[in-house]
Design a protein around this ligand. Sequence first.
Ligand code: ADP
Ligand code: MG
Length: 327
Amino acid sequence: EVVVNRIAAGEIIQRPANALKELIENSLDAGSTNITVSVKEGGLKLLQIQDNGSGINKEDMDIVCERFTTSKLQSFDDLQKLTTFGFRGEALASISHVAQLTITTKTAKEKCAYKAGYIDGVIKGPPVPCAGNQGTTITVENLFYNIATRRKALSDSKEEYSRIQEVVSRYAIHYPKTGFTLKKHGENRATVRTPNSSTKKENIKIIFGNDVARDLMEINVEERSYRFKAEIIITSPNYAMKRFTFLLFINNRLVESTAIKKAFESVYVTHLAKNSHPWCYLSLQIDPQNIDVNIHPTKHEVKFLHEGIIIGKISTVLNEEYAKSNK
Ligand code: ADP
Ligand code: MG
């Protein structure tokens, strides 16, 4: 049973950056306004995320790492409305099967924090009282210690760190009301640091610099009939980049879509000089009922109903706006 679970977990948690993505989303779901990530050896030795969210009830601590334990679904109706893809009560359980996991947490109603370790989905012992502020710290150590092949495949900690940095940066832009900090454990200097109650544009400037931020266009597209809303922030055609950077959130989850990327590429090539590209952020809200929920959560590629039509409509508007501001 444990081995089967480990293999399944190793498929869900493929590298430090996607474990982190799940942990960031949990912190955001808990209402955090500050999230700090610290990392050792590209997250393979240590991946720690500290938030100031609601915390986890002491009574729930023994079950949070059991598979399918979630406080986020109350009914089948909720399942239909769920705006995230995949992962329902599987993230912490999966991580506990492929790493040493420790949770320290404090809710508003407790006088102190509680700490517990987990292995293979099971709590190691009763939660121990300790000092701590309200919120949750999740510590993931020695990721893939029990999957030698996976650990070997991920030996380049620099590469893993840059993927982590990418995930933190992107969430920081999408959630400007929450402050994000990323640092290497033991170092004072942060790699990423955004204030809370910032704005998307301000965070783009902080993270990507003035080259990207000096002339951004904001484009909104909304269609009632196909039930979608798109927010685009893109560099104007007057300031092209050396490569295409594309940040895509669908229903507030960082995802990838080759179809959308291709559509955007075919729009901008007609306006920009050869080897010139935009920097682009797209946040797409679609009716959760139109998302293909049968796609396994490990698939970063999303599919949804009316995909072609929706992408077409967004591309048309982008094309018009891009043409207008091309000087
Ligand atoms: P899911 O997010 O789908 O519910 P997870 O395995 O990611 O499943 O988390 C399990 C549960 O643990 C959550 O439903 C939530 O109740 C609790 N939890 C996890 N992380 C946090 C956090 N940072 N703050 C508060 N509660 C958390
Ligand atoms: Mg989760």
